[in-house]
Design a binder for this molecule. Structure first.
Ligand SMILES: Cc1ncc(COP(=O)(O)O)c(C=O)c1O
Length: 393
């Protein structure tokens, strides 16, 4: 019985993509960030339906860069509180701490794994001075994100989304990643669309876009618009000669390479196929759980597309968790904790944050949940093997 792994391949159509990549490398003069990266950004903006995209070297870099941009542009300042999901990846929370902000963890709903308007309001009542919300859209799912957006707008809370796990999912006809002022994406192997390593930040705000590009590359303005460059030079009284080596603000080097850009351009052609296949698989797995009383049912009511790279299972108690864990292992199906579990239990969080954010649902998911892989190259035999377990017949 072959192993059903979390990640099946590096890319969709791997062999063909690798061959094209070899040819591209052999025929290219420039392999540092250039036209392939630019082309990928343009195509990504078009597919995601956002005005601007900034390609970076990972989803984690995208998160750090976005928060740095919030500080550089004065939208946030050190010491500000930021809401974040208790069920997320480490490098969603780490930049908040690294850059001197204070994460306030919000609980998630057990039937969506995501923060809802209710859990946001619970957090807001206790911390009404919170300035922003870095919402994670976990595993292709969401709660009532339209209500979350309204609450943020009414209370002047800046909303941005970590959409590293939810490319292509849609809520009430809007793509995930299009609810906040900016959103981040990951193209790590096994995510929806792979560039091996890579990430993106999308926004419709032109000033934020210019700042993101400046922070991506050393703090200089070489990749910026002529107008932005001129303004920066004029503000700092720098002439053209020194301007090329002027560093205007705190920044990083998070540039991707042309290799990542080229792969992105190859893979983005499969966007629709990747999303649809993951969605089809999700539907099959979801249906199979609906008559199984051991599993807490996932609520997807207002989502018109759910596309994810892992299917989460939350069991009603620890005994059932152990029972199914053993079953999956016996059937040679790889499983793992749901994202990073309750993030406040992670060693890094305990080291740097002493504040107690009590999140009972995240705790339940940590203790009683796991996920298995959902990828576009699963065959019907593999799907049937999983469905059989889920049906519990
Ligand atoms: C929610 C979330 N944010 C950020 C990241 C980081 O992305 P990357 O692995 O590209 O750095 C991940 C990675 O899986 C993630 O799940």
């Amino acid at each position: 019985m072959n192993k059903i792994k979390l990640i099946k391949s590096t890319f969709l159509n791997e062999e063909e993509t690798k061959k094209k990549l070899c040819e591209f490398i052999m025929s290219s003069e420039i392999l540092s960030m250039s036209s392939e990266c630019e082309k990928f950004e343009e195509k990504f903006s078009e597919k995601q339906e956002r005005k601007y995209s900034v390609f970076v070297s990972s989803g984690s870099c995208a998160n750090l860069l976005l928060i740095q941009a919030m500080l550089n542009t004065g939208k946030l300042k050190k010491g500000d509180k930021i809401f974040a999901s208790s069920l997320t990846w480490a490098t969603n929370i780490m930049p908040i701490i690294q850059l001197g902000l204070v994460p306030i963890l919000l609980d998630v709903e057990e039937d969506t794994l995501n923060v809802s308007s209710k859990t946001l309001m619970d957090g807001y009542t206790k911390n009404p001075d919170t300035k922003a919300f870095f919402l994670t859209n976990a595993l292709g799912l969401c709660s009532d994100v339209d209500e979350i957006k309204k609450i943020c707008a009414i209370n002047n809370i800046l909303l941005f989304e970590d959409n590293c796990e939810s490319l292509g999912s849609e809520y009430k006809g809007t793509r995930m990643g299009n609810f906040g002022i900016a959103s981040t994406f990951s193209f790590f192997v096994g995510h929806h669309l792979s560039t091996i390593e890579g990430g993106m930040i999308c926004t419709d705000d032109s000033e934020l876009y210019e700042n993101l590009k400046l922070i991506r590359a050393h703090g200089w303005t070489r990749n910026n618009s002529e107008d932005f460059r001129r303004r920066k030079r004029a503000d700092s009284l720098i002439d053209d000669f020194y301007g090329i080596y002027a560093f205007y603000d705190l920044a990083y080097n998070f540039r991707p390479t042309e290799i990542n850009g080229f792969i992105g351009n190859q893979q983005i052609a499969f966007w629709d196929e990747i999303i649809r296949k993951r969605e089809d698989n999700f539907d099959k797995f979801h249906k199979a759980t609906l008559n199984n009383d051991d599993i807490i049912k996932l609520k997807t009511g207002d989502m018109n597309v759910v596309s994810n790279f892992g299917f989460p299972l939350l069991f009603k108690n620890k005994e059932l968790f152990e029972k199914y864990k053993e079953l999956f292992e016996k059937e040679n199906i790889e499983i793992r904790p749901i994202i990073a579990g309750n993030i406040s239990k992670q060693p890094f969080y305990k080291k740097y944050k002493k504040n107690k954010n009590v999140c009972p649902n995240a705790e339940k998911i940590h203790r009683n949940g796991f996920y298995f892989g959902n990828n576009p190259e699963m065959n019907y035999i593999e799907i049937a093997r999983i469905v059989n377990i889920l049906k519990n017949t």
